[in-house]
Design a protein around this ligand. Structure first.
Ligand code: NAD
Length: 377
């Protein structure tokens, strides 16, 4: 069984799907690992490090795609590459499945099975394979580091002979995986941190990190069985915005991480709210790739609105590509390892298993994922 590892082709994404330590573990299990030449260039891992770990270097990308029984990559393939994949092979990557109906049809038509890493179920057993969480955790860290680098004041309180500097006020909207890491990072830097999430259970987690949980009465809210927030009604969102306007106006940094799984991100910080903020303050919209939590934020741009800097940079995990690769590589290894058949020394696609049922999108020439079918058909 050849497991191929392809370089990421999306501009600005420096992550690598598999690092040598996991190559070594897979080779130890009997897998043949084949890498694209220069696979680790973006994180300074050489082909020699991969070959020392037991990998072989493919002649070129084309032969890698054509010969791999399993192909690993970070993001969805360019459409023209689906037809180049081996028939009956398995493609594992992030696929953005709810927005990629055409791509999924191509996979099915090409008889390529595909796993979408975004759809790994949120269960205790699958946690070690959960790349949405591993990457969101790093993205949350990056939001704070970016904001701290852009703002023209320090985050901690400083008592010096030249006077006392007050701590920056940081307001974090959305306290899921990314938001909690943003809270923790801002606290480590000494900021005064407040946070809000619609899921009631988040309040305790916010407080446990030493931040203040903001209370806004928006009526009944809740979460799905997977732990995701339920969508708010337009009236609830309006109540939320009203409750937040003053906090945003007093904040030096506002970071938004609010998402609703499979749907466009809710607009929480309106243009009026940005206008109400102090000149010099910074807003980071982490949800910008999913439509944005901040009205007017632009993907991959930093804009100034009345002296407020609105940062809409996408692909935040790639700012820490080395660690992001390490974590993603571990997620992929754990997935392969969980379903590794020690006798045949192969990965077995166990269609009865709840993890595979959750993340397998196409198989046997068809779209097989119920969640995805429900959204795109
Ligand atoms: P997410 O990326 O879908 O959303 C981020 C956060 O935004 C969530 O906390 C959500 O409640 C919040 N949000 C949505 N709408 C909002 C609004 N209008 N205002 C403010 N906040 C809003 O979610 P996530 O970070 O991936 O995870 C959410 C939960 O799932 C977390 O509690 C996490 O601990 C849990 N989780 C469990 C597992 C597991 O059990 N294996 C794995 C990962 C995450």
């Amino acid at each position: 069984m050849i497991i191929g590892v392809a370089k990421e082709t999306t501009t600005g994404d420096y992550r690598v799907p598999l690092i040598p330590i996991h190559v070594e573990k897979l080779v130890g299990k009997g897998a043949e690992i084949r890498i694209e030449p220069g696979l680790g260039d973006s994180i300074r891992v050489t082909d020699e490090e991969y070959t020392s770990a037991g990998a072989k270097v493919a002649a070129d990308r084309k032969s890698l795609l054509a010969e791999s029984d399993i192909l690993l990559r970070v993001r969805k393939p360019p459409e023209e590459e689906v037809g180049q994949l081996k028939k009956g092979s398995l493609h594992i990557s992030h696929l953005d499945p709810f927005n990629e109906a055409d791509l999924l049809k191509q996979f099915a038509d090409a008889n390529v099975s595909s796993i979408s890493m975004e759809l790994i179920p949120r269960t205790t057993r699958a946690q070690k394979m959960d790349s949405l969480s591993s990457q969101a955790n790093l993205a949350g860290y990056v939001t704070v580091i970016l904001a701290a680098a852009r703002i023209d004041r320090v985050l901690p309180m400083m008592m010096t002979p030249a006077g006392t500097l007050s701590p920056a006020r940081v307001f974090i909207i959305g306290a899921g995986v990314a938001g909690l890491q943003a809270i923790a990072t801002a606290k480590r830097l000494g900021a005064r941190v407040e946070a809000f999430d619609v899921r009631p259970e988040a309040a305790e987690q916010i407080e446990s990190l030493g931040a203040k949980s903001v209370k806004i009465d928006i009526g009944e809210t809740g979460s799905t069985k997977d732990g995701y927030a339920k969508q708010l009604t337009p009236e609830q969102l309006e109540m939320q915005r009203k409750g937040m306007a003053k906090i945003c106006a007093n904040a030096d940094i506002v970071i938004t991480t609010a998402q609703v799984f499979g749907r466009k991100a809710p607009v929480i910080v309106t243009a009026d709210m940005v206008e109400g903020m102090k000149p010099g303050s910074v807003v980071v919209d982490m949800a910008v790739e999913g439509g944005g939590n901040v009205e007017g934020s632009k993907l991959n741009e930093e804009i100034e609105v009345n002296g407020v800097r609105v940062i809409g940079l996408g692909n935040l995990p790639s700012h820490v590509a080395s660690h992001a690769s390490q974590m993603y590589s571990a997620n992929l290894f754990n997935l392969l390892d969980e379903f590794w058949d020690e006798e045949s020394k192969e990965f077995k696609l166990d269609l009865e298993d709840e993890i595979i049922r959750g993340c397998l999108v196409t198989h046997g020439g068809e779209l097989v994922n119920e969640k995805v079918k429900g959204v795109i058909s």
